[in-house]
Design a protein around this ligand. Structure first.
Ligand SMILES: [Zn+2]
Length: 228
């Protein structure tokens, strides 16, 4: 795709409303086009990444039985966090602004059960995670929110570098800070920080470990081979 994206096309891309082949062809253009990445950035304030929302009355957390140690924090309507270690789960539960109650996975609100089923399916088959409502309430830094906004836009099966994300934020040279922001991503898998790699494709810095990052990229490329 060579032409610049129209406003409507940019909006559809940001909302994640496009089929994967179209999203990928738009992304190939956007990543190299300063004019288009600026028009995409303009949508940031209208997305959950760019908004501060009021606290819900209550949150719940549970661990999910899969072959990696997954934890999840949800409100009645949004996913607040997905964690890949006990330490990270405990850290984020402490950051919650309201009571966060531990429950069995089967007692999570419906959104939590949907999310855990989606994670289980994704880890087993590579089936893309459905678009579920995410809350960025545990992310206080606007820089980190912007990094995660762009990370969420990397289509399934694609990768981008820390340096590219820094350029899209008009902060070339901030690649290291982008890496730090990725590392503190409270919503891995849903915000696919595993698709962000070092220069030359190096698999560095992933909360769940580099082996898991490699595994996730492999299941995505395998899934694409057989399904798209
Ligand atoms: Zn363009």
């Amino acid at each position: 795709m060579n032409a610049h994206l129209s406003l409507t096309e940019s909006a559809e891309f940001v909302k994640g409303n496009l089929s994967l082949p179209i999203a990928r062809s738009y992304f190939e253009h956007i990543r190299a086009c300063c004019r288009c990445w600026e028009s995409i950035s303009a949508f940031f304030p209208e997305t959950p990444f760019g908004k501060v929302t009021s606290s819900p009355p209550k949150l719940w957390w549970a661990t999910i039985a899969v072959d990696i140690e997954l934890g999840i924090i949800v409100s009645a309507t949004e996913i607040w966090a997905v964690t890949m270690s006990r330490t990270e789960l405990e850290r984020l539960v402490k950051l919650c602004p309201v009571e966060c109650q531990q429950v069995e996975e089967s007692h999570l609100p419906a959104i939590g059960q949907k999310a855990s089923a989606a994670c289980r399916e994704y880890l087993a088959t590579g089936s893309p995670l459905s678009t579920l409502p995410l809350s960025l309430s545990l992310v206080k830094s606007w820089f980190q929110r912007q990094v995660l906004f762009w990370t969420a836009l990397i289509p399934y099966g694609e990768t981008a570098t820390y340096g590219e994300i820094a350029s899209w934020l008009n902060k070339p040279g901030a690649a290291r800070a982008v890496g730090g922001a990725q590392h503190a991503n409270p919503l891995p898998l849903f915000i696919p920080c595993h698709r962000v790699v070092g220069r030359g494709g190096a698999l560095v810095g992933f909360g769940g470990g580099v082996a898991l990052k490699r595994k996730l990229l492999e299941i995505e490329s395998k899934y694409l081979q057989f399904n798209i």
